[in-house]
Design a protein around this ligand. Structure first.
Ligand SMILES: Cc1cc2nc3c(=O)[nH]c(=O)nc-3n(C[C@H](O)[C@H](O)[C@H](O)COP(=O)(O)OP(=O)(O)OC[C@H]3O[C@@H](n4cnc5c(N)ncnc54)[C@H](O)[C@@H]3O)c2cc1C
Length: 455
């Protein structure tokens, strides 16, 4: 029987679901799957993006682990495509490759002052609090007033993590240095800015509601933002999600405030124009001092328009949470505008819109950084359908045997981890947590992750 030797690059949910779906698909051939992951541990943004105080979502890792533990997938962790293994290598060892490398960078926001010291990307902050090994261990939490720009779930995660008291995060898996950093934070006010109105935001109601449950944090809303136009009223009446969001916000507006030590302000109809700076003599450099924004108003068609009224509030730090962006991969077509691998239903295409045989994409690198973990499943189904049907165009590798790729990595001195290694690390982290009455404490340093995995 023919055998499909498949490489999958990126062990986030998209890559793991693709493997699962292929293994379960009806097909006229055997399958052997190798999963390459640049980090020593699998699960992508479920481990390094989903907020630590979302244990139910983090629990999706259990389902993904079951797939990896099926015994039919080999994991090669700590192996980076483009550095440790190339497209030419894959062509020599596999019939096809699926890229599921996701997006980890912050999309840019082109306003003056956005590069001042004290201005950060949400993705970098998320990587810090989720203990990503490739990000600095220290995070400068020295601001009392902070702005978060964006009206999606990542903006809410960032605002919540900034406003929440560190002790309320102790039951979670946050690394020790993150707890210490957040515990010392002098923050009193977190301001979330969105240019649209409350009926146009992209928050999911569950995420929004959670803000109102933070201990010792007042939710601050502004009456002027709730002067709904007809289009907003229609959205509230016709869309269940918008209806619930409005209900939650209405409840908060009726609450007594003024006793909490921290405040989380939601500014709607506020379009950021500029981050203003000041000269800090202690560091001899400029740094963030304020955010200038323009009031917007409903345009009567479900959108907004500027009013020309400019305001400014003082802040000492700003986080832009305006979306994620994919990174290009060596030898693989890339759409610089959208930050994705150009593709037709997962079949990668080149500049001339011709299919690149043997190369597929799935997950966020396929369709852009939108959607929940569950969406990567339907994505993977579509891609796998083509992998299966494209048999006539698969590569014909010179070294299809499973030992050859191991020899290749060893000959290059790549210190890769495998599935047993992940189990070692998992047990180690659980043990660290148990010793101090917590569920898990993450190991952060890459060397330490590899050492524990390969012990
Ligand atoms: C801050 C944040 C919070 C979120 N919270 C939720 C939530 O609460 N609920 C929810 O359902 N969804 C949430 N999501 C969305 C969810 O994380 C994504 O839908 C999902 O992770 C996308 O899966 P993916 O596999 O495409 O990408 P990823 O999860 O990013 O996985 C990609 C993998 O590829 C690896 N990789 C990248 N480049 C290479 C390379 N060159 N070589 C080898 N490996 C490589 C990466 O290390 C990574 O492990 C959140 C997203 C973010 C950013």
């Amino acid at each position: 029987m023919t055998k499909l030797r498949l490489a999958i690059v990126g062990a986030g949910p998209a890559g793991i679901y693709a493997a699962d779906i292929l293994l379960k698909a009806e097909k006229q051939f055997d399958v052997s799957i190798d999963l390459f992951e640049q980090l020593p541990a699998p699960y992508g943004l479920v481990r390094y993006g989903v907020a630590p105080d979302h244990p139910r979502i983090k629990g999706i890792i259990n389902a993904l682990r079951d797939v990896l533990d099926s015994g039919k997938i080999r994991l090669f962790g700590n192996v980076s495509f483009g550095r440790d293994i190339t497209l030419d290598d894959l062509k020599k060892h596999y019939n096809a490759v699926i890229f599921s490398t996701g997006s980890i960078r912050d999309a840019s926001l082109d306003i003056p002052g956005i590069d001042l010291p004290g201005s950060y990307g949400a993705a970098d902050f998320v990587s810090w609090y989720d203990g990503h090994p490739d990000f600095p261990r220290e995070w400068p939490l020295d601001a009392s007033s902070v702005a978060v720009i964006g009206n999606g779930n990542v903006a809410l995660d960032v605002a919540r993590m900034l406003a929440k008291h560190a002790d309320d995060l102790l039951p979670t898996e946050i690394p020790e240095n993150v707890y210490a950093g957040l515990k010392a934070s002098p923050v009193t006010d977190v301001h979330v800015f969105g240019r649209r109105g409350p009926a146009q935001v992209k928050f999911s109601p569950l995420e929004l509601r959670e803000l109102g449950e933070l201990k010792d944090v007042d939710m601050v809303l502004y009456d002027e933002d709730f002067d709904y136009d007809e289009a907003s009223k229609a959205a509230i009446a016709s869309n269940k999600q918008v209806f619930v969001i409005d209900k939650v916000l209405t409840q908060w507006r009726a609450r007594e405030t003024g006793t909490a030590s921290r405040r989380l302000h939601l500014h709607f109809h506020a379009k950021p124009l500029e981050i203003t700076g000041t000269f800090d003599e202690s560091t001899n450099s400029a740094r963030v001092a304020g955010i200038r924004y323009e009031r917007t108003e409903p345009d009567g068609e479900g959108g907004t328009r500027g009013t020309g009224e400019i305001r400014e509030i003082p802040i000492q730090a700003v986080y832009r949470a305006v979306g994620y962006f994919g990174s290009p991969l060596d030898g693989i077509p890339f759409d610089e505008k959208r930050g994705v691998i150009p593709n037709r239903e997962g079949q990668v295409i080149d500049d001339n819109h011709e299919q690149v045989h043997g190369v597929y994409a799935t997950g966020w690198i396929k369709r852009g950084p939108v959607g929940l973990i569950g969406h990567t499943k339907s994505d993977a189904m579509e891609t796998i359908k083509h992998v299966v049907n494209d048999q006539a165009n698969w590569w014909a590798p010179a070294h299809p045997d499973e030992a050859a790729v191991v020899e290749l990595l060893e000959s290059r001195g790549v210190e890769f981890t495998n599935l047993d290694g992940w189990h070692n690390l998992d047990q180690h982290e659980l043990g660290l947590g148990e010793a101090v009455g917590r569920t898990r404490i993450k190991v952060v340093e890459r060397d330490e992750m590899v050492r524990v995995s390969n012990a």
